[in-house]
Structure formats: structure tokens, C-alpha cells
Design a protein around this ligand. Structure first.
Ligand SMILES: [Zn+2]
Length: 66
């Protein structure tokens, strides 16, 4: 988890909408409030929620999708 947050900070924070189009290779935001507690669509690991930078992030501990 610590590694994920470090990577996210280096890539510009949790708002990755712009990255989807302008920065290939950045985090692709596929998880949301709706997916918390649900299996990851990619690997089946339950999606986790964490507080981060005043908001919340949702991530998969299995494949580190955000
Ligand atoms: Zn996953």
C-alpha cells in the first residue's frame, strides 16, 4: 500500500482522469465507490478503500488497479 501511494504521488495524485488521455502508463482509474468491497474486475481481489489526500481512493491489493 505504501508503494502504491508513493507511485500515485509521483504521478500527480489521485485525480487521474487527465492521465487516461495525456499520460499513457499512468494509473488508469477503474475503481470507484461502487466497486469498494466488490471483487476486482481484473484479478478478483476484493477492492479496498483508503483515505488519501483529503479524499478516498479505492484500490486492488492484488493487481494495484486504482
Ligand atoms: Zn485486481
Amino acid at each position: 500500500m505504501k508503494q502504491v501511494l508513493t507511485d500515485m504521488a509521483q504521478k500527480g495524485g489521485r485525480d487521474t482522469e487527465r492521465d487516461l488521455f495525456w499520460q499513457p502508463g499512468g494509473y488508469v482509474k477503474v475503481l470507484s465507490r461502487k466497486t469498494a468491497g466488490q471483487p476486482c474486475p481484473a484479478c478478483g481481489t476484493v477492492i479496498r478503500k483508503e483515505a488519501y489526500l483529503g479524499g478516498s481512493i479505492y484500490y486492488c491489493a492484488g493487481c494495484q488497479a486504482i
